[in-house]
Design a protein around this ligand. Sequence first.
Ligand SMILES: C[S@@+](CC[C@H](N)C(=O)[O-])C[C@H]1O[C@@H](n2cnc3c(N)ncnc32)[C@H](O)[C@@H]1O
Length: 256
Amino acid sequence: MKNKVPIVDSQVPMPPKSRRSKKRSNLAKRRVKIRVKKRARVPGVSPLVKKYWLQRYDLFSKYDEGIQMDEEGWFSVTPEEIAVRHAERSGGGAIIDGFAGVGGNAIQFAKMCYHVVAIDIDPQKVELAFNNAKIYGVEDYVDFVVGDFVQLAPALKGDVVFLAPPWGGPSYKTIKNFTLDLLKPKDGYSMFQIAQTITPNIIMFLPRNVDLHQVEELSWLSSPPLCVEIEKNYVNGYFKGITVYFGAAFGQLELS
Ligand SMILES: C[S@@+](CC[C@H](N)C(=O)[O-])C[C@H]1O[C@@H](n2cnc3c(N)ncnc32)[C@H](O)[C@@H]1O
């Protein structure tokens, strides 16, 4: 079956390189890598997160002002440029960030939304998110909650629900077709239905290799089917993830 929902890019990807310039840039990359290897021995940065530490200013532009992360936070935080994009498209009302992590999204929502509820099941994440929100001067605009989004959902009210659930760690990249049952803590269908009890306006941030037919199917869980828009997100020309906007608030494209 062909995917019917048009897919847009949130940033123009890098143009394809010629063979010669590819060769040159590979050489340059190797040189940079060697230089970086010498420089990147940073106390407190484990080999596992070094790759992400090198991208620290893409994750938080104010990184040097006191941003704090834990290991999971390093590889699961939404890069700032993408988080800004999510916030710009969030509608500016009351938003529930169901899987807030170290605050990458919640901070940007706080800059643009009337009210933000940031939930994470891990108390340490919530502490880190609070610290990071302070660095951006937005801590007073966010209600930080330690809890399980799945359990809390029936009691929540909001204009938009944002879902960036765990993708199962960096190994998600090795999967050819990332199906929605691989999401945590529940499969994508269940989490979508839980979010729908709050509002039909749902934003999901998903892996770049997610099964787009399944994503499209989610909109059919509602009657009439929800408007859906799929966006590819890039940072510095690298394809980082897919954002899906469901509901009237974002729907520019209707399923035929
Ligand atoms: C991909 S990270 C979110 C990253 C976040 N958007 C950011 O930019 O920092 C997913 C988060 O979901 C949290 N989590 C896992 N199960 C949860 C649950 N049942 N309820 C709430 N949070 C949960 C994890 O602790 C993790 O911090």
